[in-house]
Design a protein around this ligand. Structure first.
Ligand SMILES: Cc1cc2nc3c(=O)[nH]c(=O)nc-3n(C[C@H](O)[C@H](O)[C@H](O)COP(=O)(O)O)c2cc1C
Length: 254
């Protein structure tokens, strides 16, 4: 049984909530899935103060006392995670962005490997596809395996035709996500992911052990490894990785 948790960033239980419910019930009908819906507004999510204590010292030293770790715990115990938001002024909602900022340190020290991610964006007219791209990129940065998200358009009141279109998009999306849940959990990284790993670790290696990022990479063995997790890199990717290491080191030194 796969556990899927959907995090919704909206104060209303309307279109986005409806879309997530359709997605999840369609997903469940494909088999072996249980789910939980987490409305971010039901949790305390405080605004990041930008002190960077989480980056440098460690997330446990964050001065904010909110439900960040409860929410992270829900992601940790899930096989699949969905971030869903309405389009507000061509971006995610403020509550969703506040939540993402609370996860800022995870972009430095990704930890959701082996889990599948996707996004759902609900919009009135325009701009949602770029938000899907943004959220999918966020998912990748957090360490997830990403299944491309979907953007659905619904003006209120929604016509029957619009509803059918949305249902069909979400049914297709749920099939892709269901397939994603059964894909290998630790795939060979793409060239972009390999580059991101090598470039990040090169800059972290420039730090010293007073920094949490440095200690984290060192303790995980990431300064020596081919990628975040054991992956069979072919000759081409091994060569590309070496080149990425070399160019990252050169640009860090100049
Ligand atoms: C403050 C605000 C800003 C919005 N900005 C956009 C926008 O830039 N583009 C768009 O297509 N829809 C925009 N909308 C419309 C919502 O995305 C749309 O109504 C969505 O379905 C609302 O989802 P909900 O019912 O889950 O709240 C905006 C709505 C609000 C309240």
């Amino acid at each position: 049984m796969k556990k899927v948790t959907a995090f919704i960033g909206t104060a209303r239980k309307k279109q986005t909530y409806y879309a997530v419910q359709r997605f999840l019930s369609s997903l469940q009908s494909l088999g072996d899935v249980e789910y939980e819906i987490v409305a971010l507004t039901d949790y305390r999510v405080e605004t990041c103060r930008g002190c960077k204590t989480c980056f440098n010292k460690g997330e446990e030293f964050c001065p904010l006392k909110d439900d960040r770790d409860v929410l992270i715990g829900k992601m940790m115990t899930s096989d699949g995670v969905v971030f869903a938001t309405p389009n507000y002024s061509y971006q995610v909602t403020a509550i969703m962005k506040t939540f993402l900022d609370r996860l800022g340190f995870v972009f430095h020290r990704p930890q959701f490997f082996g889990k599948t991610f996707t996004s759902i964006v609900n919009q009135g007219i325009y701009g949602g596809s770029k938000i899907v791209q943004y959220l999918d990129f966020v998912g990748m940065g957090l360490g997830f395996n990403v299944v491309k998200g979907s953007c659905v358009t619904a003006l209120e009141p929604m016509s029957e035709k619009e509803r059918q279109k949305i249902d069909s998009i979400l049914a297709g999306h749920s099939r892709r996500f269901h397939a994603g849940l059964s894909q290998p959990q630790y795939p060979v990284p793409t060239l972009f992911k390999l580059w991101a790993f090598r470039a990040t670790r090169t800059s972290i290696r420039m730090l010293d052990e007073t920094y949490r990022d440095y200690r984290y990479y060192r303790d995980k063995g990431w300064f020596e490894s081919g990628y975040f997790y054991p992956a069979r890199l072919n000759v081409f990717k091994k060569a590309a990785g070496a080149l990425f290491d070399y160019t990252a080191l050169r640009s860090a030194r100049t």
